[in-house]
Design a protein around this ligand. Structure first.
Ligand code: AMP
Length: 191
């Protein structure tokens, strides 16, 4: 299956993606992880992206679309993949639709993990306290901007996918295991 894990920063997309990968084997394609790798490797894209990521803004659409377009061609994606943190804007979603069509692939389902803002901010504060290798965009100010960017630029994708009949929502306020159960219940409908 080809799915999107959708939700605000701190909703638990990465955690749920890892659980889905463990069970089904579909790789997790996180544009955030790929960009952080580019930053660490000091590539041209990485150098440009770092400043934007540190502020909590979005890197240009063509950059992430290019990265994803290449990545889903890799052999490990042939049996399905999980998009985590992509698409984040309407132009990215439109580009994804176009490139999937081009590759004769289809998107099966968009799983939205819904979590209240106050809980998200509490979670990020914990993550900062507990983390040994802090991400350079893990501070409360940047996080608040990431949340604002989510509502302004990413949340409009919810009606976009609802219209396509692909949107499914799970309650991200529950425990990791309970969220995973809801996710698996939805995925089992596609068997
Ligand atoms: P994430 O790990 O998904 O929270 O992403 C961390 C940061 O990488 C974001 O705050 C953005 O600056 C950048 N980023 C990740 N994915 C995208 C995307 N699809 N479009 C634009 N910027 C992105």
């Amino acid at each position: 299956m080809n799915i999107i894990l959708f939700g605000p920063p701190g909703a638990g997309k990465g955690t749920q993606a890892a659980l889905i990968t463990k069970r089904h084997g579909w790789p997790q394609l996180s544009t955030g992880d790929m960009l952080r790798a580019a930053v660490a490797a000091k590539t041209k894209i990485g150098k440009k992206a770092k400043k934007i990521m540190d502020k909590g803004d979005l890197v240009p659409d063509d950059v992430v679309v290019g990265i994803i377009s290449e990545r889903i061609e890799e052999p490990d994606c042939a049996g399905g993949f999980i998009l985590d943190g992509f698409p984040r804007t309407i132009p990215q979603a439109e580009a994804l639709d176009a490139l999937l069509e081009d590759k004769s692939l289809k998107l099966d389902c968009v799983l939205e993990i819904k979590v209240d803002d106050a809980v998200l901010i509490g979670r990020i504060e914990n993550r900062i306290e507990e983390s040994s290798e802090t991400r350079s965009d893990d501070n409360v100010e940047t996080f608040k901007n990431r949340l604002e960017v989510y509502y302004q630029q990413t949340a409009p994708l919810l009606p976009y996918y609802e219209e396509q009949g692909k949107l499914r929502t799970v309650d991200g306020m529950l425990s990791i295991e309970e969220v995973n159960e809801q996710v698996e219940e939805i995925l089992s409908e596609f068997d």
